[in-house]
Ligand binder design. Structure first.
Ligand SMILES: C[S@@+](CC[C@H](N)C(=O)[O-])C[C@H]1O[C@@H](n2cnc3c(N)ncnc32)[C@H](O)[C@@H]1O
Length: 248
């Protein structure tokens, strides 16, 4: 490696957060809590970074000029709160929204919360493993199939979780599951104007960009700014959000 080469990323150390068993038991608990107290909707990831309102501001900014009919897919949706937060001010319609997660408990929790949330009746939640399930676009609905994908694919903390899995895909390449993630999600983004917005706390912005673009299917479209801190002479933030567009 020469001094001009970009630094190599190292894999993240696998942890329980990279296993389905972890998420199944978390959502079983959150479902029980929600049933006994409907105002308890469970964890909102990265809420201390004011993440959802920054995502909302970016998606409603003049940079993107998204119409109310914009379609959204939330990958690894958890309790579905990111989608519900986009409905709050009436800028977008629930009919164009789909949340997917590999944990059945997440899907049940998100559906229960949708039933109590104004404007969320049209939001669809499906159980789907982003890495191993390769569904046809029809599973997301006729409109998504006809339009060739979603306008906006969202990921808040899901690539992070998948990066903590030690699983290797059985396709002969020896790649860990997070290394195939970009090519999987890119398939659901509309080719011309669609975007994928990934929010991470495990990767730096630079690493995230490298990981998501190295397969050649995605390129950077924009970034969300978060407050920065300086540590050891280096600037950084605890969370980063980067928007990618699918290359033609
Ligand atoms: C850190 S949580 C984030 C949840 C939600 N996006 C939020 O911001 O609150 C990660 C989510 O990814 C889901 N997940 C992890 N691996 C997945 C996979 N292979 N396919 C689909 N969902 C997955 C987990 O079940 C969990 O809900």
């Amino acid at each position: 490696m020469s001094s001009s080469d970009p630094p190599e990323d190292t894999d993240l150390n696998p942890s329980a957060l990279g296993t389905k068993a972890h998420w199944d038991s978390l959502y079983a608990l959150e479902l029980t809590n929600h049933t006994s107290n409907p105002s308890d909707i469970g964890t909102i990831w990265f809420s201390d970074s004011d993440c959802e309102s920054r995502i909302y501001q970016y998606l409603t900014s003049d940079i993107l000029s998204l119409p109310s009919s914009t379609t959204f897919l939330d990958v690894g949706t958890g309790n579905g709160h990111l989608l519900f937060s986009l409905l709050e001010d009436g800028d977008f319609e629930g009919d164009g929204m789909v949340g997917v997660d590999y944990s059945e408990g997440s899907v049940e929790l998100a559906r229960n919360i949708a039933a109590q949330t104004e404007g969320a009746a049209g939001v669809k939640f499906l159980q789907l493993d982003v890495i191993y399930d390769r569904p046809k676009l029809e599973v997301f609905g006729e409109r998504i199939a006809k339009e060739g994908g979603f306008d906006v694919v969202l990921d808040k903390g899901t690539f992070d979780a998948i990066s903590l899995s030690d699983e290797v895909v059985q396709d002969g390449t020896g790649r860990r599951v997070y290394e195939v993630y970009p090519e999987r999600v890119a398939e659901w983004v509309k080719v011309d104007k669609g975007i994928l917005l990934v929010t991470s706390c495990n990767w730096t912005e630079e690493e995230l960009v490298r990981r998501m673009t190295e397969g050649g299917k995605l390129e950077v479209k924009g970034r969300i700014k978060y407050p920065e801190f300086t540590f050891g002479g280096k600037k950084g933030s605890t969370v980063c959000s980067v928007a990618f567009q699918r290359k033609i």
